[in-house]
Design a protein. Sequence first.
Length: 533
Amino acid sequence: MVYRLTDAGHSVIVIEFGGTDAGPFIQMPAALSYPMNMSRYDWGYSSEPEPHLNNRRLACPRGKVIGGSSSINGMVYVRGHAKDFDHWAESGAEGWSYADVLPYYKRMENWRSGGHGGDKTWRGRKGPLHVTRGKRNNPLFKAFVDAGRQAGYETTDDYNGEKQEGFGPMEQTVYKGRRWSAANAYLRPAQKTGKCTVVSALAERIVIEDGRAVGVAVSGGDVIKATREVILAASSINSPKLLMLSGIGPAAHLAQHGINIVADRPGVGQNLQDHLELYIQMASSKPITLYKHWNLFSKAWIGAQWLFTKTGLGTSNQFESAAFVRTKVGVEYPDIQYHFLPIAVRYDGQAAAEGHGFQAHVGPMRSPSRGSVSLASADPADAPKIVFNYMSQPKDWEDFRTCIRLTREVFAQDAFKPFVKHEIQPGAAVQSDEDLDAFIAEHAESAYHPCGTCKMGRADDPMAVVDPECRLIGVDGLRVADSSIFPRITNGNLNGPSIMVGEKAADHILGRDMLAKSNDRPWVHPDWETSQR
């Protein structure tokens, strides 16, 4: 977004509390587990004890660095399903249907760099965001797609094209062996225009005078004035926090913390959504997994190869095969997602004790559970209170049990016969609904896709926070443009839709006509009403 504004001749001041994104821990794709576990780059948030998950506190990493969470994420690129955006429009975000947003996806993408097959007419080729694919050299990547086909599912050569549903290659925001974050794609080109200034400070509140946002108060007592508008893009956790610190939010909650009320918007901090996932892990009968590199010597070699030549295993996030499938008859479009990884390992870098293995990350896409972000205090330095309320609905448990059973069926196909030794987790003995529920409660983890806490909707919707032009309802000169404005979570990883929001918001801010609607019609399974696959 910043680049679009500076390219139009406007000056932009970016306030960023975090520091530089220079260095191999952020820029090397294969090192993705490091920055999201480093206090230098991550706000270090976690949920309150989640009552339906054995009172566990789940990690909620958010980027505290140039590029925000795009600098610490897993680099998986997913647009979301067309029906997700049609739902946005139907729920009050007029002008955000798939026909409306597809041209912005095309504008932001640079897909030519991939050198791969796929749905060329559905993709953008000249945008700042490079989207590529891994080399998929490991035979397990092919086995996963073949097993899906053998189980009766669709295949797709481009889940970001006409057809999301099916098994196929996964895409990543990597370019020339480097993480291609929002900082690399947008911020640095904006800085080169000479019209973008980055200020290192903690944003403490938005300064509002006579109902209009006129600047931002930052740490140290300074106020950075806005000549035109204040645009909030601090994440689905920090955006509602900053609004509430500024007097915009649920009046009773703000009053509890002694904050003067500027605009009573009860939806601020509400509607929190996320994707939960499980790792279904299999021990490998062949030593072909990435576990052979899980030692200091191999890691040093991969790191050196990447550092000096930008080649080798360090250039990929290793998520190179994926799937989107429907769980049952009557589900119109995919409601679970798979990431396949040729090693059995957790996000915190802990490898499975069995050694060689592989895993599928799987979880439902549209949980009915909703949580909230609220203030722990009126001190801007304090972390907010995050309650996801995961697994609070019976459907959550039903969907997760289905995820496990469908995944086991995929791993039981002939394509995996040469590679499967035994099931690591949940373990072959875990079969009943009760045992599966116990496993889910203890092992479900966030996929790090929080959104929805400043919902976009109609101005007369009491729970809407911004209107369809991203303008804060009830306060002039203030917009929100990040994943917090999603009315409902989209299929897959959220970095792509979040950047799309910035692209479209830029045109709203500039007062331009929206890009012409697309006439492309996405694929929906013709037998969805009578067939699960």
